[in-house]
Design a protein around this ligand. Structure first.
Ligand code: FE2
Ligand code: FE2
Length: 211
């Protein structure tokens, strides 16, 4: 994992960030909470994958639910909050899209989408009776799980600490408001609750709901 230094970040003209942040780090806390949910599912998926590699048999319904979780919770709910809100705020404070870490993180989002699409196509073939697609599907699932785990570690080690470092108190307030607006939409649509419940079902852990 490359170490983050100012010289490698593509920070062209760093502007002074206000130091009084008022503890307004809700955006990062929300993303970290979502990472914990994703990593729970990754652990469950690895368990299922190890079993499938041993037997060369796919539990089709379970794999479909895993792919569903990653495609919607991770690709559609989580990644846009990073790209459209958090990374964009960091970019406005001087972090280049063309340098580490933003370039790598955005590229990995795309890579993960491509691998998931490929896995979905392979699952369709398996469901249609094409046994030859089983090893490829297992391989793609393994690639995806490695990728998502490395990606989350890179975000938490390289990108999230920069939020505190580069954003002003006003930036953080605006970011929190934007996250709250998205959370409201997710709440209204019920997507977050649905996929959090699905994560607990997939991992066999009890869902904890706020009182
Ligand atoms: Fe990400
Ligand atoms: Fe993330």
């Amino acid at each position: 994992m490359p170490l983050v230094t100012r010289g490698t970040l593509g920070v062209s003209q760093p502007r002074p960030a206000a130091r009084s942040k008022g503890g307004a780090m809700e955006s990062v806390e929300i993303l970290k909470r979502e990472h914990r949910t994703v990593l729970l599912v990754v652990t469950a998926a690895r368990r299922d994958l190890a079993r499938a590699v041993e037997t060369q048999e796919i539990a089709e319904v379970q794999v479909e639910r895993l792919l569903d979780f990653f495609r919607y919770f991770t690709n559609s709910c989580h990644d846009p909050k990073e790209e459209d809100l958090l990374f964009t705020a960091l970019h406005r404070r001087g972090l280049s899209w063309d340098d580490y870490p933003l370039r790598q993180l955005v590229r990995e989002h795309e890579e993960m989408r491509v691998v998931l699409d490929s896995a979905s196509d392979l699952l369709s073939r398996v469901k249609a009776g094409d046994g030859a697609a089983v090893p490829s599907l297992l391989h793609e699932l393994g690639v995806y799980l490695d990728l998502v785990q490395r990606h989350i570690a890179a975000e938490e080690e390289a990108a999230f600490p920069l939020v505190q470092e580069l954003l002003t108190a006003q930036d953080l307030k605006e970011l929190s408001d934007a996250f709250a607006a998205v959370a409201c939409e997710e709440l209204e649509e019920g997507v977050h609750a649905y996929y959090t419940d699905l994560a607990h079902e997939l991992t066999g852990t009890p869902a904890s709901r706020p009182a």
